[in-house]
Design a protein around this ligand. Structure first.
Ligand SMILES: Cc1ncc(C[n+]2csc(CCOP(=O)(O)OP(=O)(O)O)c2C)c(N)n1
Ligand SMILES: [Mg+2]
Length: 281
């Protein structure tokens, strides 16, 4: 099964920047409605990562919704698994599973739990939710590809607050040691975590210098600039690449942007209407 979106982005030739922008808007609209219907979710982190997901699934990843387990597919892991609804929306719009699954999000027996489960959701590579686990798994996928002589690549999105988990730094260390040039780690650098700003809690800057010291190539970009994202995610390197995507938590809706309380606040029906108007179609 593929969808109109998949056909527009892939079957009709390479997607344009405006196609990806439209896809991102549709992901945000779908995410908003899904969270409101379920009465829970993490809209701030969903919206900061949306342009990254739209770029990855719209014009970077070599994946196939009709064969989610194709062995030579690229691997993508959303390590900040609390942003599950943006991933589910992206996968459903692409055709990995039917759109009506979204209406069951967190309901009894639903495949779509609050955090992604690889055993239930086509297109999900590993379970995430407990922060700090996705990056080491993506590293293992990259190492396996290298050992097998496969061209497939691994990509992982990590939250900036998530970088407080030490396992990430083990992955930076070993990825640099192995020079895993088939591995791209994208940091969603929205400068907020659950209840405060990252720099008040456990400062990360200068993040680019830190990852470079671990043997990675750092690419600091505006994480909502679709052309910059495409270039940062596709330009080859002789080292693993860390894309430090400067983002805005809640990007796209004025009253949600850059506010700690919108980490997991749920928009009311009235707020959904306002937000949909701001997002446009
Ligand atoms: C090991 C672990 N500790 C705590 C949490 C609870 N938690 C969920 S999201 C979050 C904040 C994450 O911040 P960040 O990584 O910056 O994500 P974003 O800002 O993109 O939402 C926390 C502490 C968790 N999921 N896992
Ligand atoms: Mg953050």
């Amino acid at each position: 099964m593929t969808t109109d979106w998949w056909q527009r982005l892939h079957d009709a030739g390479p997607a344009s920047t405006s196609d990806i922008a439209d896809f991102a808007t549709e992901i945000r609209r779908t995410t908003l409605v899904t969270i409101n219907r379920a009465g829970l979710g993490h809209i701030g982190g969903d919206f900061s990562v949306t342009d990254i997901l739209a770029t990855l699934y719209g014009r970077v990843l070599r994946v196939d919704p009709t064969q989610p387990d194709w062995s030579d597919r690229d691997r993508f892991i959303l390590s900040k698994g609390h942003a599950a609804v943006s991933l589910y929306s992206t996968l459903a719009l692409s055709g990995f599973f039917p759109m009506d699954w979204l209406g069951t999000f967190t309901g009894p027996l639903s495949a779509l739990n609050g955090h992604p489960n690889r055993n239930k959701v086509p297109g999900v590579e590993t379970n995430t939710g407990p922060l700090g686990h996705g990056f080491p798994v993506a590293l293992g996928c990259a190492l396996a590809a290298e050992l097998q002589g496969s061209e497939r690549r691994s990509y992982v999105v990590i939250g900036d607050g998530e970088l407080q988990e030490g396992s990430n730094w083990e992955a930076f260390m070993y990825g640099g040691h192995r020079k895993l040039s088939n591995l791209t780690a994208i940091v969603d650098r929205n400068r907020l975590q659950q209840g405060d700003r990252t720099e008040n809690t456990n400062s990360l800057d200068p993040l680019d210098a830190k990852v470079e010291a671990f043997g990675w190539e750092a690419r600091v970009i505006n994480g909502h600039d679709l052309d910059a994202l495409y270039s940062a995610l596709t330009t080859p390197s002789d080292r693993p690449v860390a894309v430090i995507a400067e983002t805005t938590k809640g990007k796209g809706v004025s009253f949600i942007e850059d506010r700690a309380e919108w980490h997991h606040k749920v928009p009311s029906a009235e707020q959904v209407e306002l937000a949909l108007q701001e997002l446009g179609s």
